[in-house]
Structure formats: C-alpha cells, structure tokens
Design a protein around this ligand. Structure first.
Ligand code: HEC
Length: 493
C-alpha cells in the first residue's frame, strides 16, 4: 500500500509541473523582446507572431538567443545598466530550450492580441517629415543617408516628448538625429543628386549637437523623464541620419519626427544634457595589415554626471573599453563591447546617470583589425585607413552627454561650431551675477581667463576674437563668484 502511495505522489508531482508551451511561456518572451523588430513588414527578417512561424524557426531562435546575437545589444549589460538595454534573462533562455526539448508544445491561446496603437500627428505639438520620398536601391545593401529637416518654430524650444516615426518599417533600421545651424549641410546636400546626402559613419562635418536623439525599432519610451528636456534652438536644422537595412526590392521611405514641447519652461532645467565630451585621437592612422589599439583619456575639471555614451567607429573596429578612475583610485566600468558591429552602433543611455567627481580620469580604448582576416574589412588587400566619414575611412570618437552636478544660476546654450572654427559662444544668464569665463586648453593644460564681470539677465555671447585661437581641444567654462562652474563645452578649434 505504501509503495502505491509513493507512485501516486510521483505521478501527481510530475503532472503538476507546468509544461512549457508556446502560448503561456514563449509568446510573451518573444512579444517583450523580439516583436519590436520581428513582425510582418518589419525590419527583422522573420515574423514571430504565430505558433507556426516560431516553431519552424525554433532551433534558430535557440541558437541566436544562446549566443546572445539576439536581441541585438552589443554592450555588456552586467557591468553597467542601460535604459535602452535589450536582453533576455537566463530563465527566459532556459524556457526556450525546454520548450524545444519537450517537443514545441503549442498550449492554449490565453488572450486576444493587443492592437498596436497608431499615433496621429494631432497627438503632437509639432511634426516634421522628410519633404521627399527617399528611394532605397533594393540591392541587398545597407544604405546610410542624411536628410536635413529645416525647422519652422517661433522660438527656441524645450522638448518633453520626442517620437521618430519610420515611414517604411521594412527598411528603416535606426535613426540618429543631430543638430546643426540652418543651412550648415547645404553644400553636402548639393553634392549628392539624390534626396538628402550620403554619409556613412558620421555626418561629414561637425554638427553642433551630434547624437541629439537616437531611435531603434524597440525605442518605446518617448517621454523624457520628469524635468528632463531636450533643448532645440529655433535656428537649427535636424540632421536625420537613417540606416536602411538590406532589402531585395526597391523601396521608398518618408519618415517623420514628432515633438511635444515642455509646457512651461521650468526654472530647473539642469537635466537638459548641456554639454558634450568628445574623446578623439590626436592622430589616427591604421596601416594595412596591422591590428591597432587606439586610446585617449580626459581628466574631468568639474563634477559631472554622465547621461549617455555613443562610441563611433566603422568596420575595422572590434571592441571598445571605456572606464573611469576616480580620485580615490577606484575604477568604474562605463562601457564594454567585445564584438563591435558597425550596423548595430547606438547611443547607450545610462539607467542611472553616472556621477563622477572632479579629477576623475576617463579612459577609452578601441581595438582595430586592418588585416585580411577581419571579414568586415572593406578593402582587400587592406589599405591604410584614415579618420573620415565614409566606408573606406575609419573613425574613433567617443561622445558623452554630460550634466553639471553643480549647475545653479545658468544653463548653457549649445554654441555654434562652424567647420572647425568656433565663431561665437552663446549663453543665457537666468539670474544676474558676477561670472568668470575661462578657457582651458586640454593639450597644453594652460588656463586663460576670458572675462570677469557682472552679467545681466539674458543672452550673451563671446565673439571669436575673445576665444582661444590655437588649434586643439578647449573647454570653455563659466564660473560663478564662488567658483561653482555652470557650463562648459569641449570644442575643437
Ligand atoms: C532591434 C531589432 C531586433 C530585435 C529586438 C530582435 N531582432 Fe532578430 N534580427 C533583427 C535583424 C535586423 C536581423 C537581420 C540580421 C542582422 O542584420 O543582424 C535579425 C535576425 C534574426 C534571426 C536570424 C535570421 C536570419 O535569417 O539570419 C533570428 C533567428 C532572430 N533575429 C531572432 C530574434 C529573436 C528570438 C529575438 C528576441 C529574443 C530578436 N531576434 C530580436 C532585428 C531584431
């Protein structure tokens, strides 16, 4: 009798152990992590919306999730957490494996499909679209094109919501918006007979705000967080740099950008990312046949919080390692990518801003493989590669968006960088006071006071004659009486 009881227990416990089924376990994982790209007429090549589709690609799904090829996210998310991270957990990976091992059970459908909400222009304060349709060649190539969109706003704006709407989801793989003064790109635009102009890795000129906003198909949160706004000067043009994925037939696209404006200009707008650090190499050359490591570093002259990091390199690059050494000699990892893929480059936004005190040193290293064993090498035999915007150029830039931790009276306006020359430096004083403006030459380490006086409330600018003249990277700082720094920017003169 006793053994019968045990058998009963075993039968009961094994039948009560939930079977992994498509509808109960697998569909929710795919919905959360994959469907932003893998739907009918979307950028991912296979739709994962029905049992039949998913079951027929089951082993491939297991392979790409096991090897972390999918969902695509190149940064190591164990070291730093990113707000725009795409990853599936070990438990989810195990469920996929169990489902396949147990024979791809379908199970019962649990809920009606939720309909995707379509947006309409009237949901937004301002909408701007590509003025023409761009034609994708349809020759199974990735294509990169920049579309300058001229704004028509009555005044400068602070943006509280931003939403990029791809015109053709089959081909639009990512979009990166940079800002430049109106007309800045007209020469490049005139050079390319097609709508917009061709640019591969970067725009081909210095914009005043690179990587102002970045979009990928799974970008869901368009609302910026409380008190966080993007600053949009009225005299800007948006440079919409779109990556079109490979496709076998001619396709067209006309994408749009929608905005909501911050209701009231709040007095506290420190969270507007107000400055950039761009780490670049002094000299950049990768000889054919060589593997090379390129490094640079910067010592922070003030306390900052890092909001995002955008590494930029092309096809020779293999990895990125960026970390900070704090004044107490402890180190913090900022970004680690061990299989850089140009086509999946993106802006990495920190989940929590990284606070780094004055005196912290940020180090950035990228490795490059210019041998013929690098399958992505665009030239064969390998050529010497210089820095530049095109496919047969390489690049090494690591952008950070930063906020000052000590900002009080003022916020900075992005100032105009024209070609390689800073023409003027504009800033706004929100409450009058005595301010010192200094420039700090990063290469020589020398510091120079540009002005020290009482500034009235309102807009002010420094003319080019007042700005440093020697070539190099300079930080322009605005300091209050008590030496609290309010705004700074690194520029290449
Ligand atoms: C951000 C968009 C995006 C997300 C999210 C995404 N994929 Fe993909 N996936 C792609 C693209 C684009 C490709 C085409 C290959 C490439 O360009 O890397 C692809 C390729 C694939 C392939 C290989 C198909 C082939 O023909 O080679 C599989 C399988 C796949 N994805 C599964 C998944 C799974 C499973 C998930 C979720 C866990 C997922 N993907 C999430 C965009 C995405």
């Amino acid at each position: 009798m006793k053994w019968l009881f045990f058998i009963l227990i075993i039968i009961l416990s094994s039948s009560s152990k939930a079977q992994v089924t498509y509808h109960e376990h697998i569909a929710p994982i795919l919905e959360k992590n994959c469907l932003s790209c893998h739907q009918e007429n979307d950028i991912g090549p296979i739709p994962f919306t029905s049992y039949d589709d998913v079951a027929s690609y089951a082993s491939m799904i297991k392979f790409v999730t096991d090897t972390k090829l999918m969902p695509p996210f190149k940064a190591d998310y164990h070291k730093v957490q990113f707000a725009n991270e795409r990853s599936i957990s070990d438990e989810e990976r195990d469920l996929i494996a169990q489902w396949i091992d147990n024979g791809l059970l379908e199970g019962k459908s649990l809920k009606a499909k939720s309909k995707k909400q379509e947006s309409s222009n009237s949901d937004y304060d301002y909408t701007i679209c590509m003025s023409e349709k761009f034609e994708h060649y349809g020759i199974y190539y990735d294509q990169y094109q920049v579309f300058p969109l001229e704004l028509d706003l009555a005044s400068d704006k602070y943006i509280s919501d931003i939403f990029f709407e791809p015109g053709n989801k089959k081909i639009v793989r990512s979009a990166n918006i940079s800002l430049a003064p109106k007309g800045k790109s007209s020469k490049l635009d005139a050079w390319d007979p097609r709508y917009g102009f061709f640019a591969y890795g970067s725009l081909g000129f210095n914009s005043s705000y690179p990587n102002w906003y970045s979009w990928m198909p799974n970008t869901t949160s368009t609302r910026l967080s409380e008190n966080e706004h993007l600053y949009l000067p009225n005299d800007s043009e948006l440079l919409l740099h779109i990556h079109y994925g490979p496709y076998g037939e001619i396709q067209t696209d006309s994408s749009c950008v929608h905005f909501n404006f911050a209701e009231k200009q709040k007095s506290v707008l420190q969270n507007v990312p107000f400055a950039h650090i761009a780490l670049m190499a002094d000299t950049f050359l990768i000889e054919g046949g060589l593997k090379k490591r390129i490094s640079s570093s910067i010592e922070l002259p003030i306390d900052v919080s890092l909001r995002s990091i955008t590494p930029l390199a092309h096809l020779l690059c293999r990895s990125w390692e960026v970390f900070a050494v704090l004044p107490d000699r402890s180190s913090v990892s900022i970004l680690s990518i061990d299989d850089w893929d140009f086509h999946w480059r993106e802006k990495y936004i920190f989940k929590e801003a990284l606070h780094l005190p004055k005196g912290t040193k940020i180090y950035s290293t990228a490795t490059y493989d210019n041998t013929s064993s690098n399958p992505y090498n665009p030239s064969d035999p390998p050529h010497t590669m210089k820095a530049g915007p095109h496919m047969f150029d390489e690049n090494y830039v690591c952008y950070f968006e930063v906020n000052s931790l000590t900002s009080t009276a003022m916020i900075s306006k992005p100032f105009t960088v024209t070609e390689d020359i800073v023409r003027e430096f504009n800033f706004t004083v929100l409450s009058p006071g005595e301010f010192t403006i200094q420039s700090f030459d990063l290469s020589s380490g020398s510091q120079q006071t540009i002005s020290n006086k009482i500034y009235s409330k309102g807009n002010h600018s420094l003319q080019s004659s007042e700005l440093p003249k020697n070539k190099g990277v300079h930080i322009i700082s605005i300091l209050e009486k008590d030496n609290v720094l309010d705004s700074w920017w690194i520029v290449k003169l």
